[in-house]
Design a protein around this ligand. Structure first.
Ligand code: KG4
Ligand code: ZN
Length: 362
């Protein structure tokens, strides 16, 4: 018989923090199934995520996603799951509620432990996910608790823009963050302004491909401040004025023609802002490595700049595979596995509540 220490742990994790219904199954830190049901088609009609619509869609999709994850995992039924995990925050309260309620039901019905996970910890550690053969998706060669701490995690999503000092797994300090909009939010709001739809990051970067990023002068707020914080609302306002001016000057057809160069200029301004403070943080902390996570990290020019800058600073940098940049439950399952090994399970399962505003330091 395997000793308790060497026993494989099967985790079923759920994330319903925003507009993706996500369920994953892991064997230890290895992903066996990763299901994401996107609600983009519904929310794009409204130009952004509508919390109560998100809740309704999560309720509709959650059981199907769980069934599909179990099927894809190859496990023979839910009784094989050792641990249930859920994102309890941060996120949209009505959306979080669905995952939390479902996981409580599953843990109690199956008499298994429950782990509550912080969504941002999931993004921060997503480079540590392995495939079913035990290889890191991110290309990470090895990490050892002794040698690779402290490291920095650059987490950039639709709701957060943070530089996190990781002193150990489970020990985090936010050393820089946005004072207003998140970088993903800036992409989304500017895309909406330009009439390009939602979500904006992927659309803007598609338009920007191969275009002239120096065509429009846009601000890079706080680049010269000594702290490690970001600000994107000034860029958003500058874009609003410039867009209004351009619309006054140009016909609808000519405005459409300038969109690609405009997108390239917007993308470059956001990348410059992110890179400037990341370099400052790396020089200050001298971390063993830089890991990245969150939807905006899917951006290829941003990855290229980070690679180039970290190479010159001689700091290894790692990126999650693209399916783990966007919201997913595999990253939640991974954090849950780590917490399970540290025995950080929820004591009073019925009392577990969503925590929409929790930070990674909590
Ligand atoms: O991590 P995520 O899926 O959800 C949150 O936790 O917020 O991030 C979503 C954000 C959106 O703002 C979206 O516009 C942005 O990620 N995004 C991108 C790209 N793909 C998604 N931003 C820039 N470039 C992309 N390729
Ligand atoms: Zn996220």
């Amino acid at each position: 018989m395997k000793s308790q220490k060497n026993k494989n742990i099967y985790t079923l994790a759920i994330d319903t923090s925003c507009d993706d219904t996500a369920v994953a199954i892991l064997k230890n830190d290895r992903v066996l199934a990763n299901i994401v049901s996107s609600q983009i088609d519904i929310h794009k009609e409204w130009g952004g995520v509508v919390p109560n619509l998100a809740k309704r869609e999560h309720q509709k999709m959650i059981d199907g996603c769980i069934a599909l994850a179990l099927k894809r995992s190859g496990l023979k039924g839910i009784s094989k799951i050792d641990v249930f995990a859920v994102t309890h925050g941060p996120g949209l309260a009505p959306a979080l509620e669905v995952g939390v309620a479902k996981v409580k039901e599953l843990a109690l019905e199956n008499d298994r432990p429950l782990i509550a996970v912080n969504h941002m910890e999931g993004h921060a550690l997503s480079v540590f996910l392995k495939n079913k053969f035990g290889k890191y998706y991110s290309g990470l060669k090895r990490y050892s608790e002794k040698h690779d701490f402290p490291f920095l995690a650059l987490c950039i999503s639709g709701g957060h823009t943070e530089i996190v000092l990781v002193e150990d797994f489970g020990k985090y300090k936010i050393i820089g963050q946005t004072l207003d909009d998140a970088a993903g939010e800036a992409f989304d709001k500017i895309a909406r302004m330009l009439g390009l739809g939602y979500p904006g990051g992927a659309v803007i970067s598609k338009f920007a491909e191969g275009k002239n990023k120096n065509t429009y002068a846009l601000p890079r707020p706080m680049q010269h401040s000594k702290d490690l914080d970001f600000s994107f609302s000034g860029l958003k306002t500058a874009c609003l004025y410039q867009t209004n001016d351009l619309k006054k000057q140009l016909s609808e057809k000519d405005f459409a023609k300038i969109i690609p160069d405009y997108c390239a200029s917007v993308q470059e301004a956001i990348i410059d802002s992110l890179i400037g403070k990341t370099i400052k943080a790396v020089k200050k902390i001298q971390p063993k490595m830089l890991v990245t996570g969150g939807g905006v990290i899917a951006n290829k020019p941003l990855r290229a700049r980070l690679r180039k800058e970290m190479k010159s600073l001689k700091i290894p940098v790692y990126f999650p595979a693209s399916q783990f940049c966007q919201d997913n439950a595999a990253m939640i399952g991974l954090v849950a596995y780590m917490k399970y090994l540290r025995k950080e399970t929820v004591e009073d399962i019925p009392a577990l509540q969503r925590k929409p505003s929790i930070t990674i330091e909590a």
